[in-house]
Design a protein. Structure first.
Length: 90
């Protein structure tokens, strides 16, 4: 009977702790939402003198061609070894 009573107390304590954790989680999620809000970030950006860009530019980067050889259709896959290790393996 004493064991059942202790387990009931433990269960009640765990339930209270769970409720407290859920409430704290909810408050923290609200705080995160406030800190990430577009309005707040716009105000901070304005205070820092930031403005919307007047124009946008999209840049596409192409890979550099291989020196002295035709480019393979698929990228080369393998393991790069340090020169000291490659000399040791010879």
């Amino acid at each position: 009977m004493a064991n059942v009573t202790r387990m009931n107390y433990d269960y009640a304590k765990a339930t209270r702790e769970r409720t407290q954790v859920l409430e704290k989680t909810s408050r923290l999620e609200d705080q995160i939402a406030h800190l990430e809000s577009r309005e707040r970030l716009a105000i901070i950006a304005a205070k820092l003198g930031m403005t919307e860009p007047a124009r946008f530019t999209v840049v596409t980067l192409t890979p550099l061609p291989l020196r002295g050889a035709a480019q393979p259709e698929q990228p080369t896959r393998g393991v790069a070894l340090l020169p000291a290790i490659t000399d040791w393996l010879r």
